[in-house]
Design a protein around this ligand. Structure first.
Ligand SMILES: [Zn+2]
Ligand SMILES: [Zn+2]
Length: 353
């Protein structure tokens, strides 16, 4: 935080400002700007951001890749973690000084049929951090007190960041997949999402097959609990996985329609394909005939609830998961985006303002 003195002959007002990375038009680099620190309205809080992961979604947001687009100018970031510095009227869920995570689901109505049945992530009134609300690529961010999740003591805030989207998203995907002990689970793509999906599938009791096109990522997947690995450049993952009996569940985190089609092809009868990653290219071709005759389930899974994120933090605090990340200064957000696009990062980049 810096204080800029406004020069005035009659008064001198101090305006508290912060740095934020802002998207002004799709496809252009983000601009680092000085903005006023937000002030909380009713039910809102302000959080001093310690770290915020860079998710593929932020890049798609900045490019305007998806059918539902954000409205520039906006600040991306939905893996923000930081300390609460101010409370608006009526906030009782958190206190100043608490460390909280600001996930994708920035707001939900709390009363619709989805909200009251445990599917707040499907609320039609929802607002999304870093998409319809300014997100965590800044020194401060505003959030709704009811929709942040406390980060338990003992969790490094930098590690909490990737858990806030990549973690909860894959944790939920494994829940949606219905993985039970002895199930064969194929995880397509071992990046920010996939390296956590491998771990949650193993925690659920699954025998994990990791599929990627980089040997070092497959090596990482083995370290994180994958029993089998397939390099899709060297062998056909469909053939390789069918040789193992076919996957009970396939979790598609790779942002490539081709990988999603391979994930479908790797299933055994009665298998389940979970769509998680969101490629800019929105369509895949799947056969109706085989889906019907083999009793295949295809299901989409979007992030997770506040309860899911609490469980993710609980597992991490208990030492059950590892987060692979690389820290970069927020000022290097554009270079970080270029490196993610080029596949030059191990799993997750976490930006620090
Ligand atoms: Zn994300
Ligand atoms: Zn709702």
């Amino acid at each position: 935080m810096t204080l800029i003195e406004k020069e005035s002959p009659t008064r001198s007002a101090a305006v508290a400002t912060m740095q934020a990375a802002v998207v002004h038009s799709f496809g252009e680099p983000l601009s680092l700007e000085t903005k006023p620190i937000p002030t909380p309205g009713a039910a809102e809080i302000v959080v001093e951001i310690e770290s915020c992961g860079l998710c593929h979604t932020d890049i798609h947001a900045a490019h305007g890749d998806w059918p539902v687009k954000p409205s520039p100018p906006f600040t991306p970031g939905h893996e923000g973690v930081g300390i609460v510095t101010a409370l608006g009227d009526g906030v009782t869920e958190v206190a100043v000084g608490d460390r909280v995570a600001l996930p994708w689901l920035g707001y939900a109505c709390g009363t619709c049929e989805y909200c009251v049945s445990g599917w707040e992530t499907l609320c039609p009134e929802q607002q999304m951090m870093g998409y319809t609300m300014d997100g965590g690529f800044a020194q401060y961010a505003k959030a709704y007190g009811r929709y942040v999740v406390k980060v338990p003591d003992g969790i490094d805030p930098v590690e909490a960041s990737p858990l806030t989207c990549a973690g909860v998203t894959t944790y939920k995907a494994v829940k949606v997949a219905g993985t039970r002990s002895s199930d064969l689970v194929a995880v397509f793509g071992v990046g920010g999402l996939g390296h956590l999906a491998v771990q949650y599938a193993a925690i659920a009791g699954g025998r994990v097959i990791a599929v990627d096109i980089h040997d070092e990522k497959l090596e990482l997947a083995r370290e994180l609990g994958a029993e089998f690995t397939v390099n899709a450049l060297e062998e056909d993952p469909v053939t390789a996985i069918q040789k193992l009996g076919g996957a009970d569940q396939a979790i598609a985190t790779a942002v490539s329609p081709r990988a999603v089609e391979q994930a479908y092809g790797s299933l055994r009868r009665h298998g389940t394909l979970v769509f998680v990653g969101l490629p800019a290219d929105n369509y895949v071709r799947l056969p109706i005939f085989e889906t019907v005759l083999n009793g295949i389930t295809v299901v989409g899974s979007i992030v997770g609830t506040r309860l899911d994120l609490r469980e993710v933090f609980e597992l991490h605090a208990a030492g059950k998961t590892r987060v692979i990340l690389e820290e970069r200064p927020l000022a290097e957000v554009n270079e970080a985006i270029a490196d993610v696009d080029a596949g030059r990062v191990p799993a997750r980049i976490v930006l620090r303002p």
